[in-house]
Write a protein that binds this ligand. Sequence first.
Ligand SMILES: [Fe+2]
Length: 299
Amino acid sequence: MTHLRGLGYLRVQATDLPRWRELAIDSLGFAEGTGPDPDGLYLRMDERQARLIVLPGDTDRVQAVGWEVRDTADLAKVAADVEASGRGVKELAVEECAERGVERAISFEDPAGTVVEVFCGPVLDHSPVVTKWAQKFHTGAEGMGHVVLPTTSPAETTAFYTEVLGFLTRGSMKVPGDRRIQFLGINRRHHSLAVCPAPHDEAPGMVHLMVEVDELDAVGRALDEVNKREFSISSTLGRHTNDKMISFYVRAPGGWDIEYGWDGMLVDESSYTAEEITADSYWGHDWSGSEPLAAFVPR
Ligand SMILES: [Fe+2]
């Protein structure tokens, strides 16, 4: 059983903040939040101060993937489990927690080298969440969405998330080389994480972030806007076979994608069994026009 409740936040650093702003706020319709770095982009999806945090840096890469637990007692249990697995755990300082808008947090690395943060006590912002398309992001008990992380050691990385952090397997898909993309869940969202075989563990350390909205029209409007602003569409609109999401993928500055979707399924654990999909979509999701993802470009 996992102590993690959902994907809480994603912190990335980026070289082109203006273009990020144009993508996240002007096109995808995230609400603008506030945070300690005056040059940072703090993106709200709900009552949290920020879910997606984009900070200025000299390279484009993920800084940390944040997972939420119920309280300090569960935080201590996760820290003990990770330490027992042989990985070092660092407690974040008071200032670092303040920067993240959380009460307490710990940090450690997964086998792929991704910095994982686990936190409790998110600080809320009770002002209205003003999104561009008047859409509501699907967060709540399902967390902010899902991330797909690249790894050169997929079996070890998957084992860490399932055996140490308690993620449930939520199916897989074979990829060339007799390997699998493994989908993993911690709540009713079909997957909060996917572990994806990749040729290197270097930056940016991300394949995609998925966020979900409550209206198909918002997906369509966002798609029109990213086209108008000449962002690269990695994948056309389509419906996935596993989480049933209707979505498109747009290339974010930095070589990874944001998947923007609607109508994801909710898993009923009393009847669910982990399946193997043989195609990722029922229709659409044409990747033929995609520029190569930085995570898959061999070094
Ligand atoms: Fe996805």
